[in-house]
Design a protein around this ligand. Structure first.
Ligand code: NAD
Length: 500
Protein backbone atom coordinates (compact mmCIF):
# COMPACT_ATOMS: atom_id res chain seq x y z
CA UNK A 1 0.00 0.00 0.00
CA UNK A 2 1.32 3.43 -0.88
CA UNK A 3 2.26 5.54 2.11
CA UNK A 4 -0.16 8.41 2.74
CA UNK A 5 -0.72 11.01 5.46
CA UNK A 6 -4.03 12.19 3.95
CA UNK A 7 -6.22 10.87 6.76
CA UNK A 8 -4.06 12.50 9.43
CA UNK A 9 -4.14 15.77 7.53
CA UNK A 10 -7.94 15.62 7.42
CA UNK A 11 -8.14 14.64 11.11
CA UNK A 12 -5.94 17.58 12.06
CA UNK A 13 -8.42 19.90 10.30
CA UNK A 14 -5.54 22.04 9.15
CA UNK A 15 -6.55 25.63 8.75
CA UNK A 16 -5.10 27.76 6.03
CA UNK A 17 -2.02 29.40 7.54
CA UNK A 18 -2.22 33.16 7.91
CA UNK A 19 0.09 35.94 9.07
CA UNK A 20 -0.39 37.47 12.50
CA UNK A 21 0.06 41.25 12.57
CA UNK A 22 -0.93 43.33 15.58
CA UNK A 23 -3.28 40.64 16.84
CA UNK A 24 -5.07 40.17 13.49
CA UNK A 25 -4.74 37.12 11.23
CA UNK A 26 -4.37 38.16 7.59
CA UNK A 27 -3.43 36.99 4.10
CA UNK A 28 0.05 37.53 2.69
CA UNK A 29 1.44 38.71 -0.63
CA UNK A 30 1.31 35.14 -1.99
CA UNK A 31 0.99 31.55 -0.75
CA UNK A 32 3.17 28.46 -0.23
CA UNK A 33 1.92 24.89 -0.52
CA UNK A 34 3.63 22.46 1.82
CA UNK A 35 4.32 18.93 0.55
CA UNK A 36 4.93 16.10 2.99
CA UNK A 37 8.56 14.88 3.01
CA UNK A 38 7.60 11.21 3.48
CA UNK A 39 4.94 11.05 0.75
CA UNK A 40 5.12 14.11 -1.47
CA UNK A 41 1.41 14.79 -0.82
CA UNK A 42 0.03 18.29 -0.40
CA UNK A 43 -0.44 19.02 3.29
CA UNK A 44 -1.71 22.58 3.32
CA UNK A 45 -1.19 26.13 2.20
CA UNK A 46 0.01 29.11 4.15
CA UNK A 47 0.57 32.80 3.50
CA UNK A 48 3.91 34.13 2.31
CA UNK A 49 4.69 37.52 3.81
CA UNK A 50 6.11 40.02 1.34
CA UNK A 51 8.11 43.11 2.27
CA UNK A 52 4.97 45.14 3.03
CA UNK A 53 3.57 42.45 5.32
CA UNK A 54 6.88 42.19 7.15
CA UNK A 55 7.00 45.97 7.48
CA UNK A 56 3.51 45.98 9.03
CA UNK A 57 4.50 43.22 11.48
CA UNK A 58 7.71 44.98 12.53
CA UNK A 59 5.95 48.33 12.92
CA UNK A 60 3.32 46.69 15.13
CA UNK A 61 6.03 45.13 17.29
CA UNK A 62 7.85 48.48 17.43
CA UNK A 63 4.75 50.41 18.45
CA UNK A 64 3.79 47.92 21.16
CA UNK A 65 7.33 47.98 22.50
CA UNK A 66 7.69 51.77 22.43
CA UNK A 67 4.19 52.80 23.47
CA UNK A 68 2.38 50.05 25.37
CA UNK A 69 2.82 49.01 29.02
CA UNK A 70 4.09 45.55 27.91
CA UNK A 71 7.83 46.13 28.55
CA UNK A 72 7.15 47.34 32.09
CA UNK A 73 4.56 44.73 33.07
CA UNK A 74 5.04 43.75 36.71
CA UNK A 75 7.21 40.71 37.31
CA UNK A 76 4.48 38.70 39.03
CA UNK A 77 2.02 39.19 36.17
CA UNK A 78 4.62 38.39 33.51
CA UNK A 79 5.67 35.29 35.40
CA UNK A 80 2.07 34.03 35.59
CA UNK A 81 1.65 34.72 31.86
CA UNK A 82 4.66 32.60 30.92
CA UNK A 83 3.46 29.80 33.16
CA UNK A 84 0.06 29.85 31.44
CA UNK A 85 1.91 29.52 28.09
CA UNK A 86 3.74 26.52 29.51
CA UNK A 87 0.52 24.91 30.79
CA UNK A 88 -1.27 25.31 27.45
CA UNK A 89 1.66 23.86 25.49
CA UNK A 90 1.64 20.82 27.77
CA UNK A 91 -2.13 20.38 27.42
CA UNK A 92 -1.84 20.38 23.62
CA UNK A 93 1.23 18.15 23.35
CA UNK A 94 -0.46 15.35 21.38
CA UNK A 95 -2.03 17.74 18.90
CA UNK A 96 1.29 19.55 18.41
CA UNK A 97 3.20 16.30 17.84
CA UNK A 98 0.71 15.34 15.13
CA UNK A 99 1.08 18.75 13.48
CA UNK A 100 4.85 18.37 13.57
CA UNK A 101 4.57 14.97 11.87
CA UNK A 102 2.56 16.67 9.13
CA UNK A 103 5.07 19.50 8.89
CA UNK A 104 8.48 17.89 8.88
CA UNK A 105 7.74 14.15 8.94
CA UNK A 106 9.30 13.67 12.40
CA UNK A 107 7.64 10.53 13.80
CA UNK A 108 5.28 10.67 16.75
CA UNK A 109 7.63 8.30 18.58
CA UNK A 110 10.44 10.87 18.50
CA UNK A 111 8.14 13.67 19.59
CA UNK A 112 8.10 12.10 23.06
CA UNK A 113 11.89 12.04 23.42
CA UNK A 114 12.58 14.86 25.88
CA UNK A 115 14.84 17.11 23.76
CA UNK A 116 12.36 16.92 20.85
CA UNK A 117 9.17 17.06 22.90
CA UNK A 118 6.54 19.64 23.73
CA UNK A 119 7.48 18.96 27.36
CA UNK A 120 10.89 20.55 26.95
CA UNK A 121 9.27 23.55 25.26
CA UNK A 122 6.93 23.96 28.23
CA UNK A 123 9.86 23.54 30.63
CA UNK A 124 11.77 26.29 28.79
CA UNK A 125 8.83 28.66 29.41
CA UNK A 126 8.80 27.66 33.10
CA UNK A 127 12.56 28.11 33.31
CA UNK A 128 12.47 31.65 31.90
CA UNK A 129 9.44 32.56 34.02
CA UNK A 130 11.85 32.02 36.89
CA UNK A 131 14.29 34.71 35.69
CA UNK A 132 11.70 37.49 35.47
CA UNK A 133 11.84 38.54 39.13
CA UNK A 134 15.61 38.08 39.24
CA UNK A 135 16.46 40.51 36.45
CA UNK A 136 18.39 42.73 38.83
CA UNK A 137 21.62 44.63 38.31
CA UNK A 138 24.57 45.63 40.46
CA UNK A 139 25.21 48.56 42.78
CA UNK A 140 28.83 49.52 42.35
CA UNK A 141 31.20 51.55 44.57
CA UNK A 142 32.86 54.74 43.27
CA UNK A 143 36.19 53.98 41.58
CA UNK A 144 37.64 57.44 42.20
CA UNK A 145 36.56 61.04 42.93
CA UNK A 146 33.42 62.16 44.80
CA UNK A 147 30.73 60.05 46.34
CA UNK A 148 28.19 58.73 43.86
CA UNK A 149 25.84 55.86 43.21
CA UNK A 150 26.38 53.65 40.20
CA UNK A 151 23.73 51.07 39.35
CA UNK A 152 23.15 48.71 36.47
CA UNK A 153 19.73 47.73 35.13
CA UNK A 154 18.62 45.01 32.73
CA UNK A 155 16.21 46.36 30.11
CA UNK A 156 14.54 44.52 27.24
CA UNK A 157 16.51 44.69 24.01
CA UNK A 158 13.45 45.79 21.99
CA UNK A 159 11.96 44.29 18.81
CA UNK A 160 13.26 40.77 18.20
CA UNK A 161 13.17 38.97 14.85
CA UNK A 162 13.07 35.26 15.77
CA UNK A 163 13.84 32.95 12.86
CA UNK A 164 13.40 29.18 13.25
CA UNK A 165 14.64 26.14 11.33
CA UNK A 166 12.35 23.22 10.60
CA UNK A 167 13.93 20.39 12.56
CA UNK A 168 13.08 21.09 16.21
CA UNK A 169 10.18 23.56 16.19
CA UNK A 170 9.02 22.92 19.78
CA UNK A 171 12.35 23.44 21.53
CA UNK A 172 13.52 26.28 19.32
CA UNK A 173 10.21 28.16 19.41
CA UNK A 174 10.44 28.09 23.20
CA UNK A 175 14.14 28.92 23.35
CA UNK A 176 13.49 32.16 21.48
CA UNK A 177 9.99 33.17 22.57
CA UNK A 178 10.29 32.40 26.29
CA UNK A 179 13.35 34.56 27.09
CA UNK A 180 12.15 37.32 24.74
CA UNK A 181 8.76 37.52 26.49
CA UNK A 182 10.35 37.11 29.93
CA UNK A 183 12.61 40.10 29.23
CA UNK A 184 9.71 42.26 27.94
CA UNK A 185 10.63 42.31 24.25
CA UNK A 186 8.19 42.20 21.35
CA UNK A 187 8.70 39.62 18.62
CA UNK A 188 8.27 39.10 14.91
CA UNK A 189 8.51 35.34 14.47
CA UNK A 190 9.35 33.62 11.22
CA UNK A 191 8.91 29.85 11.29
CA UNK A 192 10.60 27.68 8.69
CA UNK A 193 8.59 27.12 5.53
CA UNK A 194 9.04 23.38 6.33
CA UNK A 195 7.52 23.54 9.83
CA UNK A 196 4.86 26.21 9.82
CA UNK A 197 1.60 24.61 10.97
CA UNK A 198 2.90 23.39 14.34
CA UNK A 199 4.40 26.82 15.03
CA UNK A 200 1.19 28.67 14.11
CA UNK A 201 -0.68 26.49 16.59
CA UNK A 202 1.84 27.27 19.34
CA UNK A 203 1.35 30.98 18.62
CA UNK A 204 -2.44 30.55 18.95
CA UNK A 205 -1.81 28.99 22.36
CA UNK A 206 0.31 31.97 23.46
CA UNK A 207 -2.56 34.28 22.51
CA UNK A 208 -4.98 32.07 24.41
CA UNK A 209 -2.66 32.31 27.43
CA UNK A 210 -3.07 36.09 27.32
CA UNK A 211 -0.01 37.41 25.47
CA UNK A 212 -1.23 40.92 24.45
CA UNK A 213 -1.95 41.79 20.82
CA UNK A 214 1.08 42.89 18.84
CA UNK A 215 3.59 41.41 21.30
CA UNK A 216 4.06 38.34 19.09
CA UNK A 217 3.60 38.81 15.34
CA UNK A 218 4.13 36.04 12.80
CA UNK A 219 5.37 36.27 9.22
CA UNK A 220 5.38 32.95 7.40
CA UNK A 221 7.24 32.19 4.19
CA UNK A 222 10.71 31.29 2.92
CA UNK A 223 14.02 33.12 3.32
CA UNK A 224 13.34 35.10 0.17
CA UNK A 225 11.28 37.30 0.39
CA UNK A 226 10.10 36.93 4.01
CA UNK A 227 13.32 36.32 5.94
CA UNK A 228 15.28 38.91 3.98
CA UNK A 229 12.67 41.61 4.59
CA UNK A 230 12.85 40.84 8.30
CA UNK A 231 16.62 40.80 8.80
CA UNK A 232 17.11 44.01 6.81
CA UNK A 233 14.33 45.94 8.55
CA UNK A 234 15.80 48.98 10.33
CA UNK A 235 13.28 48.82 13.21
CA UNK A 236 14.44 45.37 14.34
CA UNK A 237 16.80 45.58 17.33
CA UNK A 238 17.88 41.95 17.53
CA UNK A 239 17.87 38.90 15.28
CA UNK A 240 17.76 35.55 17.04
CA UNK A 241 18.39 32.83 14.50
CA UNK A 242 18.76 29.07 14.39
CA UNK A 243 19.64 27.48 11.09
CA UNK A 244 22.44 26.98 8.62
CA UNK A 245 25.83 28.66 8.70
CA UNK A 246 25.19 30.22 5.29
CA UNK A 247 22.03 31.99 6.45
CA UNK A 248 23.84 32.94 9.68
CA UNK A 249 26.54 34.68 7.66
CA UNK A 250 23.91 36.59 5.69
CA UNK A 251 22.29 37.71 8.96
CA UNK A 252 25.59 39.02 10.30
CA UNK A 253 26.08 40.97 7.05
CA UNK A 254 22.54 42.36 7.08
CA UNK A 255 22.74 43.38 10.74
CA UNK A 256 25.72 45.67 10.20
CA UNK A 257 23.66 48.58 8.83
CA UNK A 258 21.79 49.30 12.07
CA UNK A 259 24.10 47.29 14.35
CA UNK A 260 21.41 44.78 15.30
CA UNK A 261 22.18 42.43 18.14
CA UNK A 262 22.59 38.92 16.76
CA UNK A 263 22.30 35.45 18.35
CA UNK A 264 23.15 32.56 16.06
CA UNK A 265 22.74 28.83 16.62
CA UNK A 266 24.25 27.23 13.54
CA UNK A 267 25.46 23.88 12.31
CA UNK A 268 28.07 21.42 13.49
CA UNK A 269 30.31 18.49 12.69
CA UNK A 270 30.44 17.27 16.23
CA UNK A 271 32.86 14.50 17.15
CA UNK A 272 32.27 11.47 19.36
CA UNK A 273 35.67 10.51 20.78
CA UNK A 274 35.88 6.89 21.88
CA UNK A 275 38.74 5.55 24.03
CA UNK A 276 39.33 1.82 24.42
CA UNK A 277 38.53 1.89 28.17
CA UNK A 278 34.94 3.00 27.38
CA UNK A 279 31.82 0.89 27.05
CA UNK A 280 32.56 0.77 23.32
CA UNK A 281 29.34 -1.00 22.36
CA UNK A 282 27.29 1.68 24.10
CA UNK A 283 29.34 4.40 22.39
CA UNK A 284 28.72 2.85 18.95
CA UNK A 285 25.00 2.48 19.55
CA UNK A 286 24.56 5.96 21.03
CA UNK A 287 26.55 7.68 18.31
CA UNK A 288 24.79 5.90 15.46
CA UNK A 289 21.47 6.47 17.22
CA UNK A 290 22.11 10.24 17.24
CA UNK A 291 22.83 10.17 13.53
CA UNK A 292 19.90 8.02 12.46
CA UNK A 293 17.06 7.85 14.99
CA UNK A 294 14.44 10.57 15.21
CA UNK A 295 15.65 13.25 12.85
CA UNK A 296 17.67 11.01 10.53
CA UNK A 297 20.81 12.96 11.31
CA UNK A 298 19.18 16.33 10.65
CA UNK A 299 20.16 17.58 14.08
CA UNK A 300 22.75 20.27 14.68
CA UNK A 301 24.29 18.33 17.58
CA UNK A 302 24.37 14.92 15.90
CA UNK A 303 27.78 13.36 16.54
CA UNK A 304 28.29 12.63 12.88
CA UNK A 305 32.07 12.20 13.11
CA UNK A 306 33.30 9.36 15.33
CA UNK A 307 36.97 9.45 16.30
CA UNK A 308 37.68 5.95 17.58
CA UNK A 309 40.89 4.49 19.07
CA UNK A 310 42.26 1.72 16.86
CA UNK A 311 41.88 -0.82 19.70
CA UNK A 312 38.13 -0.11 19.89
CA UNK A 313 37.53 0.43 16.20
CA UNK A 314 36.00 -2.87 15.05
CA UNK A 315 33.76 -3.19 18.10
CA UNK A 316 32.52 0.38 17.65
CA UNK A 317 31.75 -0.09 13.94
CA UNK A 318 29.96 -3.38 14.71
CA UNK A 319 27.72 -1.74 17.33
CA UNK A 320 26.94 1.18 15.02
CA UNK A 321 26.08 -1.24 12.25
CA UNK A 322 23.68 -3.07 14.54
CA UNK A 323 21.77 0.20 15.14
CA UNK A 324 21.81 1.01 11.42
CA UNK A 325 20.08 -2.30 10.78
CA UNK A 326 17.37 -1.67 13.35
CA UNK A 327 16.26 1.85 12.35
CA UNK A 328 12.69 1.91 11.04
CA UNK A 329 11.40 4.70 8.84
CA UNK A 330 8.21 5.31 6.88
CA UNK A 331 4.83 6.49 8.16
CA UNK A 332 5.52 9.08 10.91
CA UNK A 333 2.16 8.24 12.52
CA UNK A 334 3.10 4.57 12.98
CA UNK A 335 4.36 4.17 16.58
CA UNK A 336 6.90 1.59 15.39
CA UNK A 337 8.56 4.11 13.08
CA UNK A 338 11.64 5.62 14.68
CA UNK A 339 13.14 7.91 12.08
CA UNK A 340 12.33 10.61 9.51
CA UNK A 341 12.68 11.36 5.84
CA UNK A 342 15.03 14.13 4.78
CA UNK A 343 13.15 17.39 4.68
CA UNK A 344 13.11 18.15 0.95
CA UNK A 345 14.47 17.16 -2.46
CA UNK A 346 17.36 19.60 -2.17
CA UNK A 347 18.53 18.06 1.10
CA UNK A 348 18.09 14.57 -0.36
CA UNK A 349 20.33 15.44 -3.32
CA UNK A 350 22.87 16.99 -0.98
CA UNK A 351 23.09 13.90 1.24
CA UNK A 352 23.29 11.52 -1.73
CA UNK A 353 26.04 13.77 -3.15
CA UNK A 354 28.05 13.48 0.10
CA UNK A 355 27.70 9.69 0.05
CA UNK A 356 29.08 9.58 -3.50
CA UNK A 357 31.88 11.93 -2.49
CA UNK A 358 32.82 9.69 0.45
CA UNK A 359 33.19 6.73 -1.89
CA UNK A 360 35.16 8.75 -4.43
CA UNK A 361 37.56 9.96 -1.73
CA UNK A 362 38.27 6.37 -0.66
CA UNK A 363 36.23 5.86 2.53
CA UNK A 364 34.92 2.30 3.08
CA UNK A 365 31.12 2.03 2.88
CA UNK A 366 30.16 -0.36 5.71
CA UNK A 367 26.41 -0.21 5.31
CA UNK A 368 23.66 1.85 3.69
CA UNK A 369 24.39 4.46 1.06
CA UNK A 370 21.22 3.84 -0.91
CA UNK A 371 17.55 4.79 -0.92
CA UNK A 372 14.59 2.54 -0.17
CA UNK A 373 12.23 1.69 -3.02
CA UNK A 374 8.63 0.43 -3.09
CA UNK A 375 6.19 2.33 -0.84
CA UNK A 376 8.88 4.67 0.37
CA UNK A 377 10.24 5.70 -3.03
CA UNK A 378 8.14 8.90 -3.13
CA UNK A 379 9.60 10.08 0.17
CA UNK A 380 12.99 11.67 0.79
CA UNK A 381 14.42 8.64 2.58
CA UNK A 382 18.08 7.61 2.75
CA UNK A 383 19.31 4.41 4.39
CA UNK A 384 21.39 4.73 7.58
CA UNK A 385 24.94 4.87 6.32
CA UNK A 386 28.34 4.20 7.92
CA UNK A 387 31.70 5.06 6.39
CA UNK A 388 34.80 3.51 8.00
CA UNK A 389 38.53 4.18 7.39
CA UNK A 390 37.72 7.86 7.00
CA UNK A 391 40.53 10.40 7.01
CA UNK A 392 39.62 13.49 9.04
CA UNK A 393 40.52 15.69 6.05
CA UNK A 394 37.91 14.04 3.81
CA UNK A 395 34.83 16.01 2.82
CA UNK A 396 32.52 13.67 4.75
CA UNK A 397 34.52 14.34 7.94
CA UNK A 398 34.61 18.10 7.50
CA UNK A 399 31.25 19.19 6.07
CA UNK A 400 27.91 19.10 7.88
CA UNK A 401 25.97 16.44 5.93
CA UNK A 402 22.71 16.76 7.92
CA UNK A 403 21.61 13.24 7.10
CA UNK A 404 21.93 9.66 8.41
CA UNK A 405 25.65 9.34 7.68
CA UNK A 406 28.35 8.49 10.24
CA UNK A 407 32.04 8.89 9.37
CA UNK A 408 34.36 6.78 11.56
CA UNK A 409 37.96 8.03 11.81
CA UNK A 410 40.65 5.97 13.62
CA UNK A 411 43.13 7.55 16.09
CA UNK A 412 46.24 6.38 17.93
CA UNK A 413 46.50 8.48 21.09
CA UNK A 414 44.81 11.23 23.09
CA UNK A 415 46.70 14.12 21.47
CA UNK A 416 45.85 12.75 18.04
CA UNK A 417 42.15 12.57 19.01
CA UNK A 418 42.07 16.11 20.40
CA UNK A 419 43.86 17.50 17.36
CA UNK A 420 41.37 15.91 14.97
CA UNK A 421 38.36 16.83 17.12
CA UNK A 422 39.44 20.48 16.95
CA UNK A 423 40.35 20.31 13.26
CA UNK A 424 36.93 21.57 12.20
CA UNK A 425 35.39 24.89 11.24
CA UNK A 426 32.55 24.04 13.63
CA UNK A 427 32.45 23.81 17.43
CA UNK A 428 28.96 22.89 18.60
CA UNK A 429 29.07 19.63 20.57
CA UNK A 430 31.23 16.63 21.37
CA UNK A 431 30.81 13.27 23.07
CA UNK A 432 33.61 11.62 25.07
CA UNK A 433 33.48 7.93 25.87
CA UNK A 434 35.92 6.72 28.54
CA UNK A 435 35.84 5.21 32.02
CA UNK A 436 38.82 7.33 33.15
CA UNK A 437 37.43 10.42 34.94
CA UNK A 438 40.71 12.32 34.78
CA UNK A 439 41.00 11.76 31.07
CA UNK A 440 37.36 12.72 30.60
CA UNK A 441 37.82 16.15 32.20
CA UNK A 442 41.26 16.69 30.68
CA UNK A 443 39.98 16.08 27.16
CA UNK A 444 36.66 17.89 27.75
CA UNK A 445 38.60 21.06 28.62
CA UNK A 446 40.73 20.79 25.47
CA UNK A 447 37.83 20.36 23.03
CA UNK A 448 36.77 23.64 21.36
CA UNK A 449 33.00 23.12 21.41
CA UNK A 450 30.10 24.67 23.32
CA UNK A 451 28.96 21.42 24.96
CA UNK A 452 30.81 18.21 25.79
CA UNK A 453 28.95 15.11 26.95
CA UNK A 454 30.88 12.44 28.84
CA UNK A 455 29.36 9.01 28.22
CA UNK A 456 26.04 10.67 27.29
CA UNK A 457 24.53 13.86 25.87
CA UNK A 458 21.37 15.88 26.44
CA UNK A 459 19.84 19.32 25.96
CA UNK A 460 18.00 20.80 28.95
CA UNK A 461 16.25 24.15 29.52
CA UNK A 462 18.70 25.46 32.15
CA UNK A 463 21.92 24.51 30.34
CA UNK A 464 23.67 27.02 28.09
CA UNK A 465 23.76 25.64 24.56
CA UNK A 466 25.60 27.04 21.56
CA UNK A 467 28.73 26.97 19.54
CA UNK A 468 32.38 27.93 19.39
CA UNK A 469 33.83 28.99 16.02
CA UNK A 470 31.44 28.89 13.05
CA UNK A 471 28.73 27.07 15.01
CA UNK A 472 27.32 30.35 16.23
CA UNK A 473 27.27 33.39 18.46
CA UNK A 474 25.81 33.40 21.98
CA UNK A 475 24.00 30.72 23.96
CA UNK A 476 20.44 29.51 24.33
CA UNK A 477 19.27 27.99 27.60
CA UNK A 478 19.93 29.20 31.11
CA UNK A 479 20.61 32.65 32.47
CA UNK A 480 22.84 33.74 29.58
CA UNK A 481 19.94 33.15 27.18
CA UNK A 482 17.63 35.36 29.22
CA UNK A 483 20.29 38.08 29.46
CA UNK A 484 20.79 37.96 25.68
CA UNK A 485 17.31 39.54 25.34
CA UNK A 486 18.31 42.45 27.57
CA UNK A 487 20.56 45.49 27.33
CA UNK A 488 22.66 46.45 30.33
CA UNK A 489 22.19 50.07 31.35
CA UNK A 490 24.40 51.95 33.81
CA UNK A 491 22.88 54.83 35.81
CA UNK A 492 25.10 57.25 37.73
CA UNK A 493 24.02 59.65 40.47
CA UNK A 494 26.48 61.99 42.25
CA UNK A 495 25.62 62.25 45.97
CA UNK A 496 27.57 65.46 46.54
CA UNK A 497 28.51 68.47 44.44
CA UNK A 498 31.11 66.65 42.42
CA UNK A 499 30.99 63.51 40.40
CA UNK A 500 34.76 63.02 40.19
P1 NAD B 1 18.18 27.41 6.91
O1 NAD B 1 19.29 28.36 7.25
O2 NAD B 1 18.01 27.01 5.50
O3 NAD B 1 16.79 28.03 7.35
C1 NAD B 1 16.56 28.44 8.68
C2 NAD B 1 15.56 29.58 8.67
O4 NAD B 1 16.15 30.70 8.04
C3 NAD B 1 14.28 29.26 7.92
O5 NAD B 1 13.20 29.86 8.60
C4 NAD B 1 14.52 29.95 6.58
O6 NAD B 1 13.35 30.30 5.91
C5 NAD B 1 15.27 31.18 7.03
N1 NAD B 1 16.07 31.84 6.01
C6 NAD B 1 16.68 31.29 4.93
N2 NAD B 1 17.33 32.27 4.24
C7 NAD B 1 17.13 33.43 4.90
C8 NAD B 1 17.55 34.77 4.69
N3 NAD B 1 18.30 35.14 3.66
N4 NAD B 1 17.16 35.71 5.57
C9 NAD B 1 16.42 35.38 6.65
N5 NAD B 1 15.97 34.13 6.89
C10 NAD B 1 16.33 33.16 6.03
O7 NAD B 1 18.37 26.14 7.85
P2 NAD B 1 17.43 24.83 7.96
O8 NAD B 1 17.64 23.98 6.76
O9 NAD B 1 16.04 25.20 8.32
O10 NAD B 1 18.06 24.14 9.24
C11 NAD B 1 19.19 23.35 9.14
C12 NAD B 1 20.39 24.02 9.75
O11 NAD B 1 20.08 24.52 11.04
C13 NAD B 1 21.54 23.08 9.93
O12 NAD B 1 22.75 23.68 9.55
C14 NAD B 1 21.53 22.81 11.43
O13 NAD B 1 22.76 22.40 11.95
C15 NAD B 1 21.07 24.11 11.96
N6 NAD B 1 20.47 23.99 13.29
C16 NAD B 1 21.16 24.45 14.38
C17 NAD B 1 20.64 24.30 15.65
C18 NAD B 1 21.40 24.83 16.85
O14 NAD B 1 20.80 24.97 17.91
N7 NAD B 1 22.69 25.11 16.75
C19 NAD B 1 19.40 23.69 15.83
C20 NAD B 1 18.72 23.23 14.71
C21 NAD B 1 19.27 23.40 13.44
Amino acid sequence: MTLTVRQHRDDAALKEGLLLVDGQWRQGASTWTHHHPATGEEVGTFAVAGAEDVDAAVRAARRVFDESPWPSMRAGERCRLLRRCSDLLREHADELRALQALDNGVPLSFGTVYAASVDIAADVFDHHAGWIDKAGGDTLPPYQGGDHLAMTFREPVGVVAAILPWNAPFLLFAQKLAPALAAGCTVVLKPSEYATFSVLRMVELLLEAGVPEGVVNVVTGPGDPTGEALITHPMVDKVSFTGSRETGRRIVEASAGTMKRVSLELGGKSPAIVFPDADVGLAGMTTMGMVTLGLSGQACVAHSRALVHRDAYDEFVGAAEMIAGSVTYGDPFDPAVLSSPLINAKQLDRVVGFIERGQQEGARLVTGGGRPDGDLAAGHFVQPTIFADVDNAMTIAQQEIFGPVLSVVPFDDEDDAVRMANDSEYGLGAGLYTSDAKRAFRVARRIRTGTVGINGFNVEPHLPFGGFKESGLGREGGRSAFEAYTELKTVLLPLGDEMI
